[in-house]
Ligand binder design. Structure first.
Ligand code: PA5
Length: 428
């Protein structure tokens, strides 16, 4: 296994015996998760048979995209694009087309700039929208189709447009009417749990990420959760954070000294924020990249209100070297760094921060990852999705619904005059 979790620094904030009892509860929930029937149709992500679908079609189309595309546009919002983006942004050495993200904003400036990136390039797009009702991906698909329609024939567009949605949705009908490749968004998997479905797998493969190794990582973590419900990173993490929540620690800051994790942190915010924040309950998820934000957020972490949990994501092997060569004649007063690799400096800063924050009264948790790779992403995503399912239940909410996000949509759709039909069969 290349992902480990350390929750030992949370125990000083707990009463004697609390940890053992809660960990036992978390272990029972973990076991139940893998043995219960999916009566609510929300657990399709647990095992590959419901989620990892259409691998041959995915491989073939992804190979074509890596060969023929200069730009690949990933259209999706929230859970429908975060997992793929987290991995793609963390692995800049990948060999594949330039990636443009659309369907995730309503900013006209962003949309214009994104379209400008496509000009004169060979473009493929993947539109990911579970029920094809979300405004951002739906409206951007319209704009992109029109843009492509002015540059490509109908046949060429059919080759270049891929859509990912649930069976029976209007998106599937559109795919059939126009000859687009249709990939399945399993109905029993919510967007934020979709990392191992075609929602995450296809964009990763098209971007030049090794999806096979990523799935191996997932399989290892899944095996660990199924075979060792009594102790695995998901159970330990869920038990620790839910106990802290009960003691008034209601904000969790995920931090990393590796900026390649910036979009991974966004994925984690999506997963935990949408899964736990309901019924006036839940830990508020926030994130920071150190050492940059030690110069801002670091102050609050050290000295601010004591309601914060800090969850570090540490990387053992950074995958690159950057050594500071001596330069005595320059006289810049940084000679104490002579000959050091930035990895050593970064790790010294991390150790110093961990020590200062734990001593300053912040309960700290640490995930350690051997290296940033397809495999460790597969493991991290899987452990954290399992942890979220367990932790949500420990906190007393349903981690699979998201009624709250409908509130603003009702107002927005009323303001925009949205009609009542969303698929062909319901058209007037
Ligand atoms: O996790 C979720 O359910 C959400 O974050 C969705 O992924 C997001 O709202 C996008 O939904 P859709 O794919 O239906 O456009």
């Amino acid at each position: 296994m290349s992902v480990f979790v350390d929750v030992s620094k949370t125990k000083q904030f707990l009463e004697d015996g609390e940890w053992d009892t809660r960990r036992q509860q978390a272990a029972e929930l973990c076991h139940a998760l893998y043995t219960m029937e999916d009566s609510q149709h929300v657990l399709g992500w647990r095992t590959p048979e419901h989620s990892v679908l259409q691998l041959e079609e995915i491989d073939a189309k992804a190979e074509e995209i890596r060969r023929d595309a200069e730009v690949f546009v990933i259209v999706g919002v929230g859970g429908s694009n975060q997992a793929a983006r987290a991995v793609i942004e963390a692995m800049p050495e990948r060999r594949g087309p330039k990636i443009v993200y659309l369907g995730n904003t309503l900013s006209p400036h962003y949309i214009r700039m994104a379209l400008a990136e496509l000009e004169g390039k060979s473009v493929y797009i993947d539109v990911i929208a579970k029920n094809f009702e979300t405004l951002e991906p739906g409206s951007h698909f319209r704009i992109l189709r029109q843009w492509m329609g002015r540059r490509y024939t109908r046949e060429e567009m059919a080759r270049r447009i891929i859509v990912t949605g649930t069976a029976g949705s209007r998106l599937e009908e559109i795919a059939e009417e126009n000859g687009y490749l249709f990939l399945q968004f399993p109905a029993s998997v919510g967007g934020r749990y979709s990392a191992f479905t075609p929602v995450g797998l296809f964009p990763l493969a098209a971007a030049g990420i090794n999806a096979e190794v990523y799935l191996e990582g997932m399989a290892e973590a899944m095996e660990d959760c199924i075979s060792h419900p009594e102790a695995n990173p998901a159970v330990d993490y869920a038990a620790a954070r839910s106990l802290l929540y009960g003691r008034g620690y209601d904000i969790e800051m995920m931090v990393s000294f590796e900026p390649r994790y910036a979009f991974f942190e966004k994925w984690w915010i999506q997963l935990f924020g949408e899964s736990e924040g309901k019924e006036k309950k839940g830990i508020f998820p926030a994130a920071s990249i150190y050492s940059e934000e030690l110069h801002s957020i670091g102050q609050y972490m050290q000295d601010g209100r004591r309601n914060l949990i800090e969850t570090f994501v540490s990387v053992i092997r950074p995958g690159a070297e950057a050594v500071i060569e001596p330069c005595p004649e320059f006289g810049d007063c940084f000679d104490y760094l002579d000959g050091m690799d930035f990895d050593e400096i970064n790790k010294a800063a991390e150790a110093a921060t961990w020590e200062a924050h734990t001593a300053g009264g912040v309960p700290c948790i640490r995930f350690t990852v051997e290296e940033i790779s397809e495999k460790s992403f597969g493991q991290l995503f899987y452990y954290l999705m399992t942890a979220c399912a367990i932790s949500g239940q420990l906190i007393g909410v349903n981690p699979f619904d998201q009624e709250g996000v409908e509130e603003y949509k009702r107002n927005m759709f009323a303001a925009l005059g949205k009609g009542c039909f969303t698929n062909k069969s319901r058209r007037p």
